[in-house]
Design a protein around this ligand. Structure first.
Ligand code: ADP
Ligand code: MG
Length: 154
């Protein structure tokens, strides 16, 4: 478990940049946190770290957005998914074969579509600050976590 305290949106963004610039291919990130926690702010940092030029917006209405960067970025948001729709959009297959970095917001709603091996990132709101709780679920995500941590400066 890695915990990171982010005092303001700039620090949240910087944590995302470190992930985007360090993540090995085939990294899936399950992002959890209430509305306004900073998931999109973090995702925009990830996009910057990956060299994505296009603006990253909240994917709430599109469910799944794809961006081109040094590696392809998939940004999914399960907030509005209804039960059964996960299968309908083929999310499990998409995540399974995604070559770059995949961010899944509201990952707790996609159930078994989430690969067993992933980075679990939970954002806790503490007034204007945020505490990130980051865990890996297997050896590949543990390696991704170590690289992310090194890129962030420890
Ligand atoms: N430390 C912080 N990290 C990230 N966002 C913060 C922080 N402090 C305040 N905020 C504010 O919280 C909001 C986060 O919004 P957003 O990234 O869209 O959240 P989400 O996608 O989780 O709903 C923004 O208005 C941002 O300015
Ligand atoms: Mg959002």
């Amino acid at each position: 478990m890695w915990q990171v305290f982010c005092q303001d949106p700039a620090q949240t963004h910087a944590l995302g940049v470190a992930l985007g610039s360090s993540a090995p291919g085939e990294t899936v990130v399950a992002l959890t946190g209430d509305l306004g926690a900073g998931k999109t702010c973090f995702a925009q940092g990830v996009g910057e770290g990956l060299g994505v030029v296009e603006a990253i917006v909240s994917p709430t209405f599109v469910l799944v957005a794809e961006y081109e960067g040094h590696q392809p970025l998939l940004h999914a948001d399960a907030y509005r998914l209804r039960p059964g729709e996960v299968e309908g959009i083929g999310l499990e297959e998409t995540l399974e074969g995604w070559p770059g970095l995949a961010l899944v917001e509201w990952a707790e709603l996609v159930g078994e579509a989430l690969p067993l091996e992933h980075l679990a990132v939970t954002i806790e709101i503490i007034d204007d600050a945020r505490r990130f709780h980051i865990t890996s679920t297997g050896p590949r995500s543990a390696a991704a976590l170590a690289k992310w941590r090194a890129a962030h400066g420890g």
